[in-house]
Design a protein around this ligand. Structure first.
Ligand code: SF4
Length: 275
């Protein structure tokens, strides 16, 4: 079974675009440590749900719960770093956060939400005016257009209310699963997994998921995380990813999760997967 599992994992990894970008010494060390410890390898199945035995899933679930507990102790307050007052403002902020920092989004939305204090004002806004304000967030034409269009759709199809169902959220212009999960988790307190860059990178290092496809990672995490705590866990991952488990220079020596870390898995050609 181990060989079959290894074959499937190798096949899965071949599908992922690998990058020869730099591998930090710390991550490499973490991976090397694991590689040098056969017992650790044998006891740490990676979560490829189609190939894993139920016993392996159960092992990863119990490991995931310990990781969730540990991170909760380090970051008791799980908070979204985007500043908003109304649900539709969160929707707009998340739309602006694509390829932009939350700090910059918060600066931009301060002016944006002052100038357009209601959903109706966004729906009737001139594209050029919105573009001018959101320009610092990048991709400003597309973002401004979808902000106006999603405001119009919220008014025309949902009575001005942000929907609380995944399918309805996905029908809004510019809204993908990441945004929809954030709304469901933060606004409606539903089980949700926000697979942003921090979540994908860290969960892969911790052996909770594989690859860097957000939808596939979400599916894997939904199988192993305690879902009632998943939304908060994802917020904590963002904090952890910013101050400790960074993409290029993770502070492994001071890491509270090091005992569960598997390091950065290699791609089929031996290069580290990076994200
Ligand atoms: S989880 Fe911890 S040990 Fe692993 S790469 Fe991140 S900082 Fe390093």
């Amino acid at each position: 079974m181990q060989k079959a599992k290894a074959d499937v994992m190798t096949k899965n990894r071949r599908k992922i675009n690998s990058s020869p970008e730099d591998e930090s010494g710390a991550v490499k060390k973490a991976r090397d440590c694991r590689a040098a410890d056969p017992a650790s390898k044998a006891a740490s199945p990676s979560p490829s749900s189609k190939s894993l035995h139920p016993a392996d899933i159960s092992y990863i679930k119990s490991r995931a719960e310990k990781i969730v507990d540990a991170l909760e102790k380090v970051y008791p307050d799980a908070q979204c770093s985007l500043v908003y007052e109304k649900p539709y403002e969160l929707l707009i902020s998340v739309r602006l956060s694509a390829q932009c920092t939350d700090a910059r989004v918060n600066i931009v939305t301060k002016e944006l939400f002052q100038k357009y204090p209601t959903l109706e004002s966004f729906a009737n806004a001139r594209l050029a005016d919105v573009e001018e304000i959101v320009r610092p967030c990048g991709l400003y034409h597309t973002k401004a257009k979808s902000i106006i269009e999603l405001s119009q759709k919220l008014l025309s199809d949902f009575g001005g209310r942000v929907p609380d169902k995944m399918e309805e959220l996905l029908s809004l212009p510019g809204v993908g699963r990441k945004t929809a999960n954030l709304i469901l988790g933060d606004v409606y307190k539903q089980p949700a997994v926000v697979t942003d860059t921090h979540c994908i990178r860290i969960c892969r290092r911790l052996g909770l998921s594989e690859g860097d496809d957000p939808a596939k990672v979400e599916t894997q995490l939904r199988e192993v995380l305690p879902m009632e705590r998943a939304s908060d866990f994802c917020h904590r991952l963002v904090q952890f990813g910013r101050d400790t488990c960074t993409a290029r220079k993770p502070k492994c020596a001071a890491c509270p999760l090091s005992e569960w870390c598997e390091g950065e898995p290699a791609s089929s050609n031996g290069s580290p997967l990076t994200f």
